[in-house]
Design a protein around this ligand. Structure first.
Ligand code: TXA
Ligand code: MG
Length: 373
């Protein structure tokens, strides 16, 4: 059975260090166990990074393909020298500004982490989480901790302890319940072994924020929409998606709102479970008005409100819970009302496109990743 260890999420890190739940969780990790815990992005599934057996159990518990490497979590940027070598000056400059925080840097590996954790790569991804529970746990364990998102492979990342148990109850030793994770989307992954640095996964630390530290043009995001006249890029990265349990498609209210309305009219006329619409409060109100104006009866439509468009962080925080709420018994399929690809919405739309299995831009995922099933 999986133990649930409850902590007070708002306690300061120093107090958490001696909290019984953290001491117990750290002891489980040191014995080679698997413990899920909250971070400021999503819940992670931790194991001691130098323990090859624990790392093997972790891949098995998630059903994770062996060729997808894990992120090493540390309490302080200085500790990076224990797992990485030849750390470029760009990394230190970014850490001054964004450590601790939702930024993961790919660096040359020192060879101290279990090779399976790195999927045999010569690089290691390093993150210094900001969540006090995560920080206290890493410090109490006294070791670098590998922590992929604490979901079954291919499922949306968990943002609560309940999500973790939904996927992994009975497969892991414990979950530290510290309330909802903060941002709700996984960290930005930036490969700083290359110049310019490459965004392998967009997150809450945006390209603009990275360039504010490294300078204009120092960072490229191959997943970003192409600019006018720009030739298609083909970085050859593999594609992978975080699928909800029903098919997901994008709905565009800017271009072709008429087509969206007609598609919903047709689906609502059919029998069986109705479709769901995932939208911000503002977009839901707009679409309701459009449907009403077109005489489409929308009472059977399942509305899943995903935050407020005027507050992008509320959308990020609600996204994965919304994906998980889509049950095939209740809805036939789902539509997500498209958001502009700016700021935090760039990371939101990256996850939505992957969930929709619809990569309009090449190279959206961190490389190397598993092929879509
Ligand atoms: O916010 C996060 O990063 C969360 C929390 C728990 O910290 N963790 C997380 O881990 O999202 P995971 O394993 O679900 O995603 C790690 C991503 C994968 O896309 C993986 O391919 C990439 O990071 N990655 C890890 N090591 C890498 C490496 N050496 N080179 C390139 N990509 C790497
Ligand atoms: Mg993951």
């Amino acid at each position: 059975v999986t133990r649930v260890l409850v902590v007070e999420p708002h306690a300061p890190e120093t107090e958490l260090l001696t909290a019984p739940a953290i001491r117990e969780a750290a002891a489980i990790l040191r014995r080679g166990g698997l413990v899920a815990f909250p971070t400021e992005t999503v819940y992670g599934l931790g194991a001691v990074a130098t323990d090859a057996r624990a790392v093997a159990r972790l891949f098995a518990a998630k059903g994770r393909p062996a060729d997808n490497p894990l992120i090493v979590h540390l309490a302080a940027a200085e500790d990076a020298v224990r797992v990485a070598r030849d750390i470029p000056p760009e990394a230190w400059r970014l850490w001054v500004r964004y450590a601790p925080g939702p930024l993961t840097l790919v660096l040359p590996s020192r060879g101290t982490v279990a090779p399976a954790a790195l999927a045999g790569l010569p690089t290691v991804a390093v993150r210094i989480p900001a969540h006090p529970v995560a920080r206290a746990l890493i410090r109490a364990a006294g070791a670098p901790i590998v922590a992929p998102s604490a979901n079954r492979s291919g499922r949306p990342s968990p943002t609560t302890a309940a999500h973790v148990l939904e996927d992994l109850a009975g497969r892991i030793d414990a979950v530290v319940d510290g309330g909802p994770a903060g941002i709700g989307l996984e960290s930005t992954v930036l490969d700083v072994t290359r110049r310019p640095a490459i965004v392998l996964r967009p997150g809450a630390v945006t390209v603009e924020m990275l360039e504010a530290v490294l300078g204009d043009g120092a960072v490229v995001d191959p997943a970003a929409p192409l600019r006018e006249g720009e030739a298609p890029r083909s970085p050859g990265m593999k594609y992978r998606h975080y699928a909800p349990d029903v098919p997901l498609a994008l709905l565009d209210l800017e271009d072709g709102a008429g087509a969206a309305v007609e598609a919903l009219r047709a689906l609502l006329a059919g029998s069986g479970p109705p479709p769901a619409v995932l939208a911000t409060e503002e977009d839901a109100a707009r679409l309701r008005a459009l449907l009403a104006a077109a005489g489409v009866p929308s009472d059977r439509l399942r509305w899943v409100i995903v935050g407020r468009r005027s507050e992008p962080q509320t959308v990020a925080a609600a996204l994965y819970g919304a994906f998980r709420s889509l049950r095939p018994e209740a809805v036939s399929r789902a539509f997500f009302v498209r958001l502009p690809e700016t700021g935090l919405f760039r990371a939101v739309m990256n996850r939505v496109r992957k969930a929709a299995g619809d990569p309009p831009f090449p190279g959206q995922d961190a490389a190397p990743a598993a092929p879509a099933p």
